[in-house]
Design a protein around this ligand. Structure first.
Ligand code: UDP
Length: 317
C-alpha cells in the first residue's frame, strides 16, 4: 500500500507520514515548505519506504507508480499564516484540492481531505455537529481559509458523487503537540514559547473565548481510522473538552513554572467566540475518542518546546 501526503513537512503532515510508515505503508511526502519545515522529516532521510518531492500542489501533480491513497494536508493553517498568505491559502484549498482529486481519480486511490472546524465560522450552534452549515464571513480576513476549505469539501463531494471516487473529509478542530512551529502564531505554541522565554503571554481579547484542544497523537489515530474504515461524510475530529483561552494561559504558566505575566491584546477580526466538536459521529463510526488529557498533552508539548528554545538560545550565543 502506498500513500501520498501533501503538506508532509507540516505539523500534521509529518506526524501522518510517521504513522503511515509505522503501519507498513510506503509513503510519498510532498511539500513546498511555504509553512512546512524540512526539519520535521529529517529523521526519515534514509527510511527505505519514504520518498519526498519538493512540489507546489497547486500545479499539476505528477506521481509515478501506483497510489492507494492521497491525504491532502497542504495548506497554511494558522490564522497568522493565512492572513500573510491569503492567495496561497485560497489556491491550495481550491486548485491544490482539484489537483489532488484529479491524481486520486487517475490512480483510483482513496482521497482524504483535511478540512477544518473553520467551516463552522463563528458558530451559532454549540457544540458543532457535522450537520451544522456554519456562520462564515466570506469576505473577512479568515474567509480565505474558511471558504477555500468549504470549496474543497464541495469539490471532494462532487468527485465522490460524479466520479464515484472513494473520499473522506475530516473536519479538524484545534490540535497541538510537538512540531508546531514556535512562531506559528497559534495559541498553544504562542503561550508555551512565551512562557519558556519569560515573555508575557498574549491573550487576545478578554480570554473568555473558548477552544477545545486535541493532542496530536489522538487526532492522527482518528485520521487513520477515518482513512481506513470511515465514510465519505464529513467527520469531526477533535477533543470535546472545552477551555477558555484564559484558562489555557493559566495552565501553561503553572505547568512551565514560568514567571511570565499575562497581558491582553486586541481580539482578531471574526475570531470565533466558542468552539467545541460534537464527535458523536466519529465515536459511532470509528469507535474513536481522544484519550490524552490537556495537562498530559501540554506536558509533552512543553518538553518539545524546551528543546527548541534551548537550541535557539545556544544559536544566539
Ligand atoms: N489567541 C490568544 N493569544 C495568542 C494566540 C491566539 O489569545 O497569542 C487566541 C485567538 O484569538 C483565538 C484562540 O486563541 O481566540 C485560538 O487561536 P488559534 O490561533 O490557536 O486558532 P483558531 O482556533 O483561532 O483557529
Amino acid at each position: 500500500m502506498r500513500v501520498l501526503v501533501t503538506g508532509a513537512a507540516g505539523f500534521l503532515g509529518s506526524h501522518l507520514v510517521d504513522k503511515f510508515l509505522a503501519l507498513g505503508y510506503d509513503v510519498l511526502g510532498m511539500d513546498n515548505h511555504i509553512t512546512g519545515s524540512p526539519a520535521n522529516l529529517e529523521h526519515l532521510s534514509s527510511h527505505p519506504r519514504f520518498r519526498f518531492a519538493n512540489q507546489d500542489v497547486t500545479r499539476y501533480i505528477e506521481v509515478e507508480g501506483p497510489l492507494d491513497g492521497v491525504l491532502h494536508f497542504a495548506s497554511p493553517a494558522s490564522p497568522v499564516d493565512y492572513l500573510e498568505l491569503p492567495i496561497q491559502t485560497l489556491k491550495v484549498g481550491a486548485l491544490g484540492t482539484h489537483k489532488a482529486l484529479g491524481l486520486a481519480l487517475a490512480k483510483q486511490a482513496r482521497l482524504l481531505l483535511a478540512s477544518t472546524s473553520e467551516v463552522y465560522g463563528d458558530p451559532l450552534v454549540h457544540p458543532q455537529p457535522e450537520s451544522y452549515w456554519g456562520n462564515v464571513n466570506p469576505v473577512g480576513p479568515r474567509g480565505v481559509y474558511d471558504e477555500a476549505k468549504r470549496f474543497a469539501e464541495a469539490l471532494t463531494m462532487a468527485y465522490h458523487r460524479y466520479h464515484d471516487l472513494d473520499t473522506r473529509i475530516v473536519r479538524i478542530f484545534n490540535t497541538y503537540g510537538p512540531r508546531m512551529r514556535p512562531n506559528d502564531g497559534r495559541v498553544v505554541s504562542n503561550f508555551i514559547v512565551q512562557a519558556l522565554r519569560g515573555e508575557p503571554l498574549t491573550i487576545y481579547g478578554d480570554g473568555s473565548q473558548t477552544r477545545s484542544f486535541c493532542y496530536v497523537d489522538d487526532l492522527i489515530e482518528g485520521i487513520v481510522r477515518l482513512f481506513e474504515r470511515g465514510t465519505p461524510e464529513p467527520t469531526n475530529l477533535g477533543n470535546p473538552h472545552e477551555f477558555t483561552v484564559r484558562q489555557l494561559a493559566d495552565r501553561v504558566v503553572q505547568l512551565t513554572g514560568s514567571k511570565s505575566e499575562i497581558v491582553q491584546r486586541p481580539l482578531p477580526t471574526d475570531d470565533p467566540r466558542v468552539r467545541q466538536p460534537d464527535i458523536s459521529y466519529a465515536r459511532r463510526t470509528l469507535d474513536w475518542e481522544p484519550t490524552v488529557r490537556l495537562e498530559e498533552g501540554l506536558r509533552r508539548t512543553i518538553e518539545y518546546f524546551r528543546g527548541v528554545v534551548a537550541r535557539e538560545r545556544a544559536a544566539a550565543t
